[in-house]
Design a protein around this ligand. Structure first.
Ligand SMILES: CC(C)(COP(=O)(O)OP(=O)(O)OC[C@H]1O[C@@H](n2cnc3c(N)ncnc32)[C@H](O)[C@@H]1OP(=O)(O)O)[C@@H](O)C(=O)NCCC(=O)NCCS
Length: 340
């Protein structure tokens, strides 16, 4: 597949779109270096472990997708893979010097077309943080995907004073806030023995939640079990930080009331891949208390910044993060397609 990019006064460049399986992994090395730089500079994330994993997968021909070749060099790629009946678009990246959105859209169009035409595929999901929601929306809507805006947010921890009382401490009496509930909970570091109950908590909390439309793993006990497994044991979202990650135990019943998972995604950058509070304990300050407590531990461990992603329609969570000082630095798209 070949074509021309550019238009107007700019010189048109010859480019080719190639099947990545026809290319060697080391041809992607400069592109992966470039992509790691963008992840570090723009998304506050050390992408190098993922880049190594992608390179291994390319070598073993475990990924499908398309590469953008300009002047014999790989300037961009879009790859996808299947997990049973589900397909994932894992990444779409075009190096900045060639980052014409039109080229990225072409790579994406080829990938979407291939995926939705795959016999037996029930669902396709994608979250592509290198591009804004608006830049990619039309490609997905044209193929009947549902589209959602997600916010990439971060907050600096340095010199950040705790703003709310922590669980286990007595909050100052405030008649306007009603009864103080936090003494009912015990916050403890996340231990492996909590994994099973954490999965069950997520399954219950995310029932009918907007994020289940984006990631259908939230919709089943098996799915949430795998989700936890992926965060805690497979570095699916950075390196799990067991001491900063917390679970909240309801003191009287000893049941799990909340979970907060934290990962390391850079020398000084932590990430929150998961936070959830059981429905009956929401809006009582537990989520805030878990976040404040983990921020103190992260500061002790030398982290300077925490990031997270949140669906824009999840207004309560978004409000909570903004109240704690998080600011959105990128709005990107999450897209999901179900076989009709
Ligand atoms: C998002 C979530 C983790 C927040 O946890 P939470 O324990 O409900 O959070 P908090 O109680 O600290 O704060 C939520 C609200 O309750 C209010 N609140 C806090 N303490 C309160 C109290 N003592 N009495 C009444 N309201 C209180 C807060 O002011 C806040 O109000 P706001 O929505 O106007 O900002 C929780 O709602 C949840 O699990 N949601 C489903 C899963 C989810 O969306 N996870 C986030 C994905 S990114």
């Amino acid at each position: 597949m070949a074509g021309k990019s550019g238009g107007g006064k700019e010189p048109a460049l010859d480019f080719q779109i190639l099947d990545i399986r026809h290319l060697e992994a080391d041809q992607f090395a400069p592109l992966l270096v470039e992509e790691s730089k963008i992840w570090r500079d723009e998304l506050r994330w050390d992408f190098e472990p993922s880049a190594r994993q992608i390179s291994n997968c390319l070598q073993e021909k475990r990924l499908s997708g398309y590469a953008l070749a300009l002047a014999d060099q790989i300037r961009g790629y879009c790859f996808f893979f299947n997990d049973g009946e589900k397909g994932f678009i894992g990444d779409l990246f075009v190096e900045p010097a060639s980052a014409k959105i039109e080229l990225a859209r072409r790579l994406l169009d080829h990938s979407i077309e291939k995926l939705v035409g795959t016999p037996g595929l029930r669902r396709v999901e994608a979250q592509l943080p290198h591009f804004t929601y608006e830049q990619l929306e039309s490609c997905f809507l044209a193929r009947c995907f549902k589209a959602y805006r997600r916010c990439f947010m971060s907050v600096a921890l340095i010199d950040r004073p705790p703003r709310r009382p922590l669980a286990g401490q007595t909050p100052p009496p405030d008649p306007t806030e009603g009864p103080a509930p936090l003494a009912d909970f015990l916050l403890v570091p996340w231990d492996r023995k909590h994994d099973r109950e954490a999965g069950e908590l997520l399954c219950a909390v995310y029932h009918h939640h907007i994020d289940t439309a984006i990631n259908d793993q939230y919709g089943s006990a098996e799915g949430t079990r795998r989700l936890i497994e992926n965060i805690v044991h497979h570095r699916g979202c950075g390196e799990f930080l067991p001491r900063a990650s917390l679970v909240a135990l309801h003191r009287s019943t000893r049941s799990l009331a909340g979970v907060l998972a934290l990962t390391s995604v850079g020398r000084q950058n932590a990430h929150i891949p998961q936070i959830a509070v059981a429905a009956q304990f929401q809006a009582t300050g537990l989520g805030t208390a878990m976040l404040e407590s983990s921020f103190q531990e992260l500061t002790r461990q030398g982290y300077g910044e925490v990031s997270l992603t949140v669906t824009e329609l999840n207004a309560g969570a978004l409000r909570l993060y903004e109240r704690l000082g998080f600011k959105t630095f990128r709005t990107f798209g999450a897209f999901a397609w179900e076989h009709p």
